[in-house]
Design a protein around this ligand. Structure first.
Ligand code: PPS
Ligand code: ADP
Length: 201
């Protein structure tokens, strides 16, 4: 017997619209994607700080931290990366339902998983932010020394070296960190949110 047949969706008394009114901004999911060392975490933190200053209610789900808790035990096999992203997108959706401006900073290398995350969100609430940094730049930054280890064969399935990264085809935001400063990237993202009517500045 399929157990899902006995599970029924519960409607809630306090509506999404009521929660949104409390916040003074629209809920959104900023989905950062890019190679390790591309700048996802740096830019997501800087944007969150700016949004916080503006009085927005924010939450940031960041790579390594989530893998230490909710997704502890998941590896970097293709199968586990799919499950990693599925759980993250479901958790992000709950925070968005609560009216928050949520940011996720994960490599999220597979196009199909990013597309799936988009489908569970309402129209306009999924903003894909491609942190586009060439592999050689990420490798020269190597903030955690992981590329060095991956090149030495000490880390298997390393994104960009021995595991795939599907280039986003039509992200809402395309951030080229080798050509612009962190501050310029923050301005680009905040500018988009303002123009899209998600925040008022
Ligand atoms: N094999 C391999 N490939 C890529 N990255 C690796 C790997 N092993 C460990 N790390 C570290 O884990 C961080 C990426 O985790 P994510 O959860 O974002 O990856 S994924 O979305 O499931 O692909 C990534 O963090 P960021 O550098 O912040 O991207 C790395 O620090
Ligand atoms: N223009 C830039 N934009 C973003 N990060 C930059 C830039 N120039 C240098 N960096 C550095 O690159 C590194 C990116 O690391 P991180 O944010 O952890 O990347 P990721 O989360 O994608 O792994 C940081 O040390 C950051 O200071």
């Amino acid at each position: 017997m399929n157990q899902d047949e006995n599970i029924v969706w519960h409607s809630q008394t306090v509506t999404r619209a009521q929660k949104q009114l409390h916040k003074g901004h629209k809920p959104v999911l900023l989905w950062y994607t890019g190679l390790s060392g591309s700048g996802k975490s740096t830019i997501a933190n800087a944007v969150e700080s700016k949004l916080f200053e503006l009085g927005c209610h924010t939450y940031l789900l960041d790579g390594d931290n989530v893998r230490m808790g909710l997704n502890k035990g998941l590896t970097f096999s293709d199968e586990d990366r799919v499950e990693n992203i599925r759980r993250i997108s479901e958790v992000a959706k709950l925070f968005v339902d609560a009216g928050l401006m949520v940011s996720t900073a994960f490599i999220s290398p597979f196009k199909a998983d990013r597309a799936q995350a988009r489908t569970i969100m309402a129209n306009g609430e999924f903003v894909e932010v491609f942190i586009d940094t060439p592999l050689e730049v990420c490798e020269s930054r190597d903030p955690k020394g992981l590329y060095k280890k991956a090149r030495a064969g000490e880390i298997p399935n390393f994104t960009g070296i021995s595991s795939a990264f599907d280039i986003p085809e039509s992200p809402e935001l395309h951030i080229k960190t080798a050509e612009q400063t962190i501050e310029q990237s923050v301005e680009q993202i905040i500018g988009y949110l303002s123009q899209a009517g998600i925040i008022k500045i």
